[in-house]
Ligand binder design. Sequence first.
Ligand SMILES: Cc1cc2nc3c(=O)[nH]c(=O)nc-3n(C[C@H](O)[C@H](O)[C@H](O)COP(=O)(O)OP(=O)(O)OC[C@H]3O[C@@H](n4cnc5c(N)ncnc54)[C@H](O)[C@@H]3O)c2cc1C
Ligand code: FES
Length: 246
Amino acid sequence: MIIGKEEILPGIFKFEFKVSSSFIAEAEPGRFIQLEVSHGPFPVTRRPFTISSTYGKSVEIIFEVVGRGTEVLAETDVGRSLRLLGPLGRGYLLNPGKWLLIGGGLGAAGFPGLTAKIDSGLLLLGAASRDKLLTIPGLETVAITEDGSSGRKGLITDLLGSVRWDSFSGIALCGPVPMMKAVFEMMPFPAQAITQVSAEARMGCGWGVCEGCSVPKAGGGFLKCCSDGPVFQAESIDWERCEGIH
Ligand SMILES: Cc1cc2nc3c(=O)[nH]c(=O)nc-3n(C[C@H](O)[C@H](O)[C@H](O)COP(=O)(O)OP(=O)(O)OC[C@H]3O[C@@H](n4cnc5c(N)ncnc54)[C@H](O)[C@@H]3O)c2cc1C
Ligand code: FES
């Protein structure tokens, strides 16, 4: 059941759902849910959303309205029950120490839950403009926007020159594929080796059956975003063949 709803930025919503204790126990950062966004006939298929955070017996997602499914979801009111499948997929492999989190736009939606599980972290956050820039509490944050409406003006790759890569024990990277590819390629090799990315492929089933969510695998072949991921070692992805992931 939806127990909280807030439009945190124009067209970007935070929804809170009441869930079971067993769901909470398995809701590691980076895992996702498949949500039936409508009680009506359309859209037919469920939509995947990263688990943003959990509190007590509730789970939060943050989503942007981009099409019919998210439009219908955004119109749904507190008190309605929607069928929710999950937690699905594999989340982040966590280790102690300081983490670097690099998020582009809605790619940072899963970072609140990750922040709660790491010792400390630095967040590099990029977005097109201030009204697309999420707020992630609990982290030292450096923000950059393409139009300069908040933080520095530029692309997230403009922040990488001053990063002390060897001061981090883990790196989480999530955003549009061109952004993740560009960031990954600018990293020194040791940083690439400790980087995990959260991929977002178009999905059907969400649990490994339909093969609709292929992500190109380094060395050939494909990975399934829903069951091998959505969080992958960045090195396990063939970034040159990545047109298939959005
Ligand atoms: C594992 C996973 C986690 C996700 N987590 C979040 C999240 O936390 N917050 C959030 O806002 N979105 C998230 N997404 C993307 C979200 O699922 C899509 O935005 C949503 O399914 C679009 O549904 P729609 O019916 O509104 O759009 P559609 O009408 O289906 O499509 C509208 C537009 O959105 C694009 N689109 C659709 N699905 C995806 C996708 N999977 N990735 C990128 N672009 C897509 C389409 O190419 C099209 O341009 C996630 C996707 C995956 C696979
Ligand atoms: S969404 Fe069906 S196999 Fe991944």
